[in-house]
Design a protein around this ligand. Sequence first.
Ligand SMILES: Cc1cc2nc3c(=O)[nH]c(=O)nc-3n(C[C@H](O)[C@H](O)[C@H](O)COP(=O)(O)OP(=O)(O)OC[C@H]3O[C@@H](n4cnc5c(N)ncnc54)[C@H](O)[C@@H]3O)c2cc1C
Length: 540
Amino acid sequence: MQIEKHHREIWAYIDLRNDYLFKSSLKVLGQAHALAQSAQKKAGAIIIGARDPSDPGQPRTEPIPIEMAAEQCRECGADTVYLAEYVAAEPVLPHVCGQILIHAIEQHPPMLLLFALTDLGRELAGRLSGAFDAGVIAKCLDIRIVDHKIVATCPSGEGKYLAEIEFVESGSALKLATVVTATLPEPRRTSSTSAPVQIDLKALQLEDRIKFVSHERDRALHQQLENAEIVVAGGAGLGDAQGFALARELAAMLGGELGATRPPVLQHWTEEERLIGQTGKSVQPNLLFSIGTSGATQYTSGISQAKTVIAINRDPHAPIFNYADVGIVADAKQFLTTLLAKLKQTLMRDVADTIRHSDTNDRQRGVGAKIKQLRQTKQWTLETLAQATGKSPEFIQQVEADAMTPSVAFLLSLARVFDLAPDAFLHQQQKEQLSDERTKAYLTRTQNYSYQTLTPEAKGEHLQAFMVEIEPKQAHKPVAYKHEGEEFILVEEGDLELTLGEKTHLLKPGESIHFNAETPHKLKSRSNTKTRCVVVLYTP
Ligand SMILES: Cc1cc2nc3c(=O)[nH]c(=O)nc-3n(C[C@H](O)[C@H](O)[C@H](O)COP(=O)(O)OP(=O)(O)OC[C@H]3O[C@@H](n4cnc5c(N)ncnc54)[C@H](O)[C@@H]3O)c2cc1C
């Protein structure tokens, strides 16, 4: 479509949410400036900022002050800076931002509005596209004016091809595009002295159907992939988001950073910031795992500084093997599942060993950090691990801070939640200690119950079954009992009173119950005759 003469400007949306996004927006502004020059138009920067209601006269200092942003936009090619400021306690939200942009465009219509390819940029382009029935060219690697037309180069076919895209002839006067910023040059310094233009928002009734609750910084995103010592890069061969999560787990396990080829980014298995290669980041780790990646040159150009490359691919002829120091022909998911299990086992054994060798005066330093590392491989919060192990978040926090010694029982529950066979990390001495505890517990039972082992061959094993007989109520005193694991009771004869913690249950013949054996429990016969029940114990 021909560029309309009455729409004189090419705008860049300036994102003030953090320094990285602001710098990316300035690169987009540089692109808008270059385009404007070749089309003999003007470049504009549109900035939306919320002023704090407690002190609306003062500029917000966090994250990027509006005045400072406006100044830098003028230095980076904006002929005009448009400021849309409103008073709100919360940060600028996408739906509010969309309404303000619509209002600004109606007042000063640009011919083209560029956004950095970010979550917000995508959403705003979509909202404006709906509002103005305007076309969006997404993920532009390059955008230029050819024969008075806007032409963009964009990846296509999962990044295997480059497509040239134009807007349709009959489309709206407004054009929209999201731009990949990784390959854009830093904006050239120019100077414009024009005063910012304030967008008049008085007539705008902001819709408030969405309420801001809280926000948390994603620390992982702000770590430095480019400077990481260990990088785990996942590719299309990981198959799906669950497969890709295994690469994320390995990166956390090794204390490294996660990277990706283009397909996982396009599939939204990970963020754009994790992309390695020609249009992404260049990494220089000592150790790079490249898992399920074919070895396309656009990707390998970003790993050329890696010292040791370990590649995993099921195709022995994959080009990545020409590049790797160590090549492993294997299914990526199977390989990662096995490697992760081994690494977790080693880490857990390490934890168990440290606890075993330390005396009470010398708190085992580093154990907490390892437990934290295990938790982080799952991307679990303190609360999630607390819930999974039946402890409080404060308890987990103290363990991770090495402020208390975790018990063997706690390690066993950790093993359970991390899918590890408990035996795998216990030493013989610890196993014997546990076996002793089990034997002692059974002995206590025999003093009060008459029982018959239904599984004599399983003595000392995890699963055991007993036929328990309890004397009629007058003759029998209840037995208090509590142990690691789970318990199942099926009443054969008589009435059984089971007290579980604070709660009492009455079980009739044929009725059964299954419970966490760590809850203190008491068994008592309520019949005038003997009560007989099958008791199955699972001890880890
Ligand atoms: C201009 C341009 C710029 C680009 N910039 C970048 C860039 O910056 N970064 C980037 O990464 N790409 C970029 N690309 C895309 C690039 O060309 C490749 O398409 C991309 O790198 C391929 O990613 P991949 O290796 O993950 O996927 P694929 O090429 O699809 O390879 C997947 C690999 O996984 C293997 N596999 C499949 N299943 C399994 C399994 N179960 N177990 C083990 N292995 C398995 C396959 O054998 C295959 O080798 C760009 C392309 C263009 C045109």
